[in-house]
Design a protein around this ligand. Structure first.
Ligand code: SF4
Ligand code: SF4
Length: 116
């Protein structure tokens, strides 16, 4: 499943550089699928929708660092464990119960982000 950052985040910035998918953003920062991925222009999402990978999307949080679930692979395909959780000094990167995915789905997402 994706990882989520809780409101215990102290906005220290340590996790951002560790994410292989650029799924972590600063508070109030717009995000896009194309940031540091192979996606660009119009693409078909994993659930079959046509989306603009270059579009700037609304921030998920204006108070804390946040993770875009559609870009988080739990680090599958890159690392043995979630790197954000490994470096977070307050242990506020936790499994997101609202985005439960199998290992196969996470690896498919990794391929979608980087192999197109
Ligand atoms: Fe990025 Fe990995 Fe954290 Fe997901 S678990 S946000 S892919 S560092
Ligand atoms: Fe927040 Fe933890 Fe990331 Fe620091 S490492 S910005 S406390 S989620």
């Amino acid at each position: 499943m994706a990882i989520i950052i809780t409101d215990e985040c102290i906005n220290c910035d340590a996790c951002v550089a560790e994410c292989p998918n650029n799924a972590i953003y600063e508070p109030d920062q717009e995000w896009s699928y194309s940031d540091e991925t192979a996606l660009k222009g119009m693409v078909t999402s994993l659930d079959g929708n046509e989306i603009d990978a270059d579009a700037e999307n609304e921030p998920v949080s204006d108070e804390f660092y946040f993770i875009v679930p559609d870009k988080c692979t739990e680090c599958k395909g890159f690392h043995d464990e979630p790197q954000c959780a490994s470096v977070c000094p307050v242990d506020c990167c936790v499994p997101d119960e609202d985005h439960v995915e199998t290992d196969e789905e996470l690896l498919n997402k990794k391929a979608w982000l980087h192999d197109e």
